[in-house]
Design a protein around this ligand. Structure first.
Ligand SMILES: Cc1cc2nc3c(=O)[nH]c(=O)nc-3n(C[C@H](O)[C@H](O)[C@H](O)COP(=O)(O)OP(=O)(O)OC[C@H]3O[C@@H](n4cnc5c(N)ncnc54)[C@H](O)[C@@H]3O)c2cc1C
Length: 472
């Protein structure tokens, strides 16, 4: 079954025409209907076909978001929230047309409360903008997906990144949020208290809901103190299995690594050329420690011993900021560097996550599968969480390659689920992973559908995403 057929959404031509007129009048130049801007708001970074919305709105306030949602509800037209469009599973596509709500003009930092280690921001603030703003406060926001994503988009996809092993994901770092729901009313899901037992956890219902329940218009986020000392480095291993076993031992021993990232030999080749890294072309772990001077030195030493016991090393580490920045820039650019391994190809990024004890098994079986299927597909991973990405490089004009890649991804997702893991550790379901949700969560999917129907009975909030269509 083609992805675009999986969850078809019927177009409501009459309703769409009415909403286009209303929003043009309400927002003027801040409502755009040009072909280029519409396509840009549905691009998917992968091979999933672009399904453009009919118009793109640029609200500046919660009240404007409410007006947009109310107009769409009145005429039964889809509303698709948009951050920076870096999601990877067709999340911002508009299979039934409708209105893309671009939050880039809602980019104010509303409050920073250093004493409480929290801040409140609008959804269009990006993670890098926030950290630039915080630079002189001694605080930082740790969640770092490879793209400079919006904080609204990151909350909506329950994103994470290299620091999640130490600081958690968006699930742990959103204290509360305000969202415009499908009827146009706003809900604020909590206060700024660090803990709360007040009823159902609406914050975590909306975090990860991919714009299918409401549009987030502000978020209160936890912040962290910038550590006194940071050290890190790269450690080569003779095999991916040896590297994974070193990760498992590090986590099981409770070493509080801040980052521990797996990069396989093929990905190292790409990074050596693209990011000018001078390390062996073998599987490597990129590691970072946060703490006091003595603490990070001790952690680095213990990790070096674990690496050696697993046949790895030498572990070369540094506290020099410029050298560390170069390493992590290379790691964050892994997606772009891997594309140089096959010029002209597009990348399909997977993100399974398994319990840490199954990590080595899952990665080695996957590497064997890549070889058996004759794919070019480097691997990088947030290894400390048992989460890894395979980037399948494929010719998107060749249906046979697409079919082969989809077969590989299906096998990978089902392998992770069979190991008590998930088909998506951080990217979300969007359109691309709908087919795996039932295998992973069973009856949980029906409960999700009940929630969706209760909160969005007209199915206008990002329809065709997350939940399988009738009969699945
Ligand atoms: C090179 C690269 C590397 C990446 N690395 C990582 C990684 O390490 N970890 C990771 O987690 N992800 C990663 N991603 C995926 C992506 O960056 C994340 O999914 C990110 O959280 C998406 O944010 P965005 O602003 O781009 O959202 P968009 O793509 O614009 O939207 C994503 C989803 O969120 C919804 N949404 C957006 N804003 C709102 C809002 N205000 N209210 C409600 N719903 C909203 C949209 O409707 C859509 O369903 C990577 C992507 C790329 C291209």
């Amino acid at each position: 079954m083609a992805l675009s057929d999986l969850n078809p959404v019927e177009r409501n031509e009459e309703g769409i025409a009415a909403v286009l007129g209303i929003l043009k009048q309400r927002l003027g130049e801040r409502f755009q209907t040009g072909q280029a801007i519409r396509s840009q708001h549905a691009h998917t970074t992968t091979y999933i076909p672009t399904q453009a919305p009919d118009g793109v709105a640029f609200p500046e306030t919660t009240a404007e978001v409410q007006d947009i949602v109310r107009a769409c509800a009145a005429h039964r037209v889809p509303v698709i929230a948009f951050g920076v469009g870096s999601s990877l599973e067709g999340h911002t596509n508009a299979p039934g047309g409708g209105i893309s709500v671009d939050t880039s003009r809602m980019n104010r930092i509303l409050a920073v409360n250093p004493q409480d280690l929290d801040c409140t921001v609008e959804p269009g603030v990006t993670r890098e903008d926030l950290n630039r703003h915080l630079r002189d406060t001694g605080l930082f926001f740790p969640i770092d997906p490879g793209a400079n994503a919006s904080l609204g988009g990151m909350a909506a996809t329950r994103a994470s990144g290299t620091n999640a092993v130490r600081y958690g994901t968006m699930r742990e770092n959103v204290l509360s949020l305000t969202a415009v729901m499908a009827d146009g009313e706003t809900v604020t899901t909590g206060k700024r208290a660090k803990k709360s037992s007040a009823g159902y956890d609406l914050t975590r219902l909306l975090v990860g809901s991919e714009g299918t329940l409401g549009i987030i218009t502000s978020l209160t986020l936890k912040l962290q103190g910038i550590p006194q000392a940071i050290s890190g480095g790269v450690c080569p291993f003779p095999s991916v299995e040896a590297a994974c076993n070193a990760v498992i031992a590090t986590i099981q021993m409770g070493i509080p690594v801040a980052r521990i990232e797996l990069v396989n030999a093929l990905q190292m080749r790409a990074m050596k050329t693209y990011s000018k890294l001078d390390y062996p072309e073998s599987p490597c772990l990129f590691v970072e420690f946060h703490g006091s001077d003595a603490g990070v030195a001790e952690q680095a030493e213990t990790f070096g011993m674990i690496a050696e016991e697993n046949g790895g090393g030498p572990f070369l580490w540094t506290s020099v900021a410029e050298e560390r920045t170069k390493l992590w820039k290379a790691r964050h650019d892994a997606y772009w560097s891997s594309l140089t391994l096959r010029p002209g190809a597009k990348g399909l990024s997977t993100d399974v996550c398994v319990p840490i004890s199954r990590f080595a098994e899952c990665v080695t079986e996957t590497e064997a599968d890549i070889t058996e299927m004759g794919l070019i597909a480097p691997i990088v991973g947030h290894a400390g969480d048992g989460n890894f990405h395979v980037l399948v490089l494929m010719d998107v004009n060749d249906p046979k390659e697409i079919a082969l890649s989809e077969k590989f991804v299906a096998r990978l997702n089902m392998r992770a689920i069979a190991m008590d893991g998930t088909c998506t550790g951080e990217h979300g379901i969007g359109q691309g992973k709908i087919g795996f949700l039932r295998s992973e969560l069973g009856h949980g999917v029906d409960i999700m559908r009940t929630i969706k129907q209760a909160l969005d009975p007209l199915d206008i909030m990002n329809p065709g995403k997350i939940l399988p269509g009738a009969g699945h």
